[in-house]
Design a protein around this ligand. Structure first.
Ligand code: TLP
Length: 345
């Protein structure tokens, strides 16, 4: 039986068109800036995010890390949400490799940070304290339910931050999911921040890579940081070619994933023993938990679902995350709902 892999959209495989363009890609040495396909991808990404320049990096984690290291020096402080991917799931890279201190503010249930909290967290000019340099936002917000941060919110935080002489980095790993769900252009969500990372290798289906975009001066700096991190790639046009297909053909169809996430949520809501997170799904992620009284752990349920070739993400003792993507069809959604029903009833 075909496996329905709902653990993440990172599991997406490249499409046949991607494999074809990868085989034919024109390449050069990208460390010298001579790979025409990488250069084309970087320009495309910059244009789509409303930034001046782009840098192809190996992963979202590398893009975020390079951004923080380009914005901050050792001992400087970055403000992050306490549910931010940069804080929870990036191996503490900003501290381990950059000596950057992080301050965590509570993410509100919709993934936002409150301006009052930001105002209170920004350090005064005091020799006892680290210097606050940067605020990180995330859109869509993964741990807060795949929620979208609006254009108005982003502009408000950017204006607030810039007025205090600080920079804003946006972890937009799923920026295009947010743009499609909100019905706005990605550049409206990312044009006002100082840097943005987005991923090609999630819902957009490319096999590898993310883009870090910002001003020309910022990307010049980030280019050096990427080298420092060992991320200078050579004939990376083979990968970038898939990324171009991702940006040119895979963005609008993210709406299908959002629709399937809603169908999945509607189906699972009818299964006794499951409670859906309020408001779920906002985009392509469905968050749910086992109802009180179910004598199984999420891990037990996931193991039994696997016997029916359904893979789900376990995000807590009794919680799951299910992510829809290009390789999950309507039939896959129905099979997942039925599998939950048969495990729990
Ligand atoms: N997220 C992965 C896991 O690491 C949790 C997933 O399955 O969702 N920012 C955000 C908001 C992300 O969700 C992720 C990946 C990243 C950055 C990192 O991207 P990669 O995996 O390319 O380093």
């Amino acid at each position: 039986m075909d496996i329905i892999d709902l653990r993440s959209d990172t599991v997406t495989q490249p499409t046949p068109e991607m494999r074809e363009v990868m085989a034919r890609a024109e390449v050069g040495d990208d460390v010298y800036g001579e790979d025409p396909t990488v250069n084309r991808l970087q320009e495309l990404a910059a244009g789509m995010t409303g930034q001046e320049a782009g840098l192809f990096v190996a992963s979202g984690t590398m893009g975020n890390l390079a951004a923080v290291l380009a914005h901050c020096g050792r001992g400087d402080e970055v403000i992050v949400g306490n549910k931010a991917h940069t804080f929870l799931y990036e191996a503490g890279g900003v501290s381990a490799l950059g000596g950057v201190h992080s301050s965590q503010l509570p993410n509100q249930p919709d993934g936002s940070l409150r301006l009052e909290d930001l105002a209170a967290a920004i350090r005064p000019d005091d020799a006892h304290m680290p210097i606050t340099r940067l605020i990180c936002l995330e859109n869509t917000h993964n741990r807060c339910g795949g929620t979208c941060q609006t254009v108005e919110y982003t502009l408000r935080v950017a204006a607030f931050t810039h007025a205090r002489g600080l920079a804003v980095h946006l972890d937009g790993a799923r920026l295009f999911n947010a743009a499609v769900a909100l019905g706005v252009a990605a550049k409206d969500l990312a044009g006002a921040v100082d840097s943005v990372t987005f991923c090609l290798s999630k819902g957009l289906c490319a096999p590898v890579g993310s883009l870090l975009c910002g001003s020309r001066a910022f990307i010049h700096k980030a280019h050096r940081v990427r080298k420092l991190l060992g991320g200078g790639m050579r004939q990376a046009g083979v990968l970038a070619a898939a990324g171009i297909v991702a940006l040119e053909t895979m963005v609008d169809r993210l709406a299908d994933d959002h629709l399937r996430a809603r169908q999945l949520a509607d189906g699972l809501r009818q299964v006794a023993g499951l409670d859906l997170a309020p408001g779920s799904p906002a985009t392509n992620m469905v968050f749910l938990r086992l109802a009180d009284g179910i004598p199984l752990s999420a891990r037990d349920v996931a193991t039994r679902l696997k016997e029916s070739s359904i893979l789900v993400g376990v995000t807590g003792e009794r919680q799951f995350r299910l992510v829809t993507h290009y390789w999950v069809s309507d039939e896959g959604v129905d099979r997942a709902v039925e599998a939950f029903r048969s495990v729990l009833n």
